[in-house]
Design a protein around this ligand. Structure first.
Ligand code: ACO
Length: 299
């Protein structure tokens, strides 16, 4: 009933200003009144506090000392080599990035503000205020001013369903640059550190489904290439932390799987793997340097 009411609500806030970006919103978000009746909200890019007037935001910014999300920096991209300022991990040129882990219980208001902001771009989500059971992994680009929020994913501290990601967002000005893929890859790296497999919470949005399909395809093809295509579904799942049903679905979509006496059989040659990999060679990819990830599972 509550879900239905939420879904039928009309989009209220038309645009938000956040840092140097102005963004048109996509969906309804339950900001409290009187903010909910504003055409435009002004949001502090560090605290995610929201204001009705630019003047009030500026007054807040003059006092606000925070220049990064309120949590631990658990990942920082490697520095560019001194002799080449545009080089970052190969062909892709991108600014330095960091990941922060923010605890929903310790930084409740920030995480609630993050959920309200992200709901503006998510259709089906219903979590806004009960953030205690979640950790939020916030991706930022860094410059001389501070750490600018790019996107995030949330993760349940204890997921009964074995989900390794609850909700993912790349803010519109940063979309289609490989950041979504980076966030997904990061969620699986955390699962590997936990020694578990994981999967995103369902349902996926259309954009979520496209992004996951792309990530799964590349990861699975790469382990098949490394191991000369002679792996079982369980082997692939253990190496990638991708749950077996997601592995099967992905292999099916590539027509690389057969059924025999009720079992799944991977049916693939090295040549086919290489051909598939060639077709996705131009995907945007921001590498994770695992030596720079400092994280232990939640206890
Ligand atoms: N149209 C077509 N394909 C797209 C689009 C688009 N608008 N946006 C991304 N893609 C494809 C990319 O081409 C890429 O595929 P490729 O690697 O095969 O080329 C893949 O999706 C990932 O692209 P990225 O640039 O890495 O992803 P991005 O930073 O744009 O983020 C995300 C993807 C997070 C899904 C973003 O679109 C978003 O925030 N959407 C709104 C919120 C949302 O729907 N989140 C997912 C909900 S499901 C859940 O939370 C479990």
């Amino acid at each position: 009933e509550k879900e239905h009411q939420e879904k039928t609500k009309v989009k209220n806030i038309q645009s938000v200003e956040l840092g140097r970006h102005e963004m048109d919103t996509w969906y309804y978000s339950p900001y409290p009144e009187p903010y909910a009746s504003c055409q435009k909200l002004y949001i502090c890019e560090y605290t995610l506090k929201y204001f009705r007037k630019k003047k009030t935001l500026l007054r807040h910014l003059a006092k606000c000392t925070l220049r990064h999300p309120p949590g631990d920096e658990i990942y920082r991209s490697p520095p560019a080599p001194a002799n080449d300022p545009t080089y970052v991990g190969g062909a892709v040129t991108s600014p330095p990035i960091s990941m922060f882990e923010v605890d929903g219980k310790k930084s409740k208001v920030y995480c609630q503000n993050l959920c309200l902001l992200s709901k503006l771009f998510l259709d089906h989500k219903t979590l806004y205020y009960d953030v205690d059971p979640f950790l939020f992994y916030v991706l930022c680009e860094k410059d001389a001013q501070g750490y600018h929020i790019v996107g995030y994913f949330s993760k349940e501290k204890n997921s009964a369903e074995g989900n390794n990601l609850a909700c993912i967002l790349t803010l519109p000005p940063y979309q289609r640059k490989g950041y979504g893929r980076f966030l997904i890859a990061f969620s699986y790296e955390l699962s590997k550190k936990e020694g578990r497999v994981g999967s995103p919470e369902r349902p996926l949005s259309d954009l979520g489904a496209v992004s996951y399909r792309s990530y799964w395809t590349r990861e699975i093809l790469e382990v098949l290439r490394e191991h000369k295509a002679s792996l079982s579904i369980k082997d692939i799942s253990e190496r990638t932390a991708i749950r077996t049903d997601d592995v099967v679905k992905t292999l099916e979509s590539l027509s690389l799987i057969k059924y025999w006496k009720g079992d799944h059989i991977i049916s693939v040659t090295q040549k086919i793997v290489d051909e598939h990999l060639k077709t996705i060679a131009n995907q945007k990819n921001i590498d994770i340097d695992l030596s720079r990830l400092h994280w232990t599972p939640y206890r």
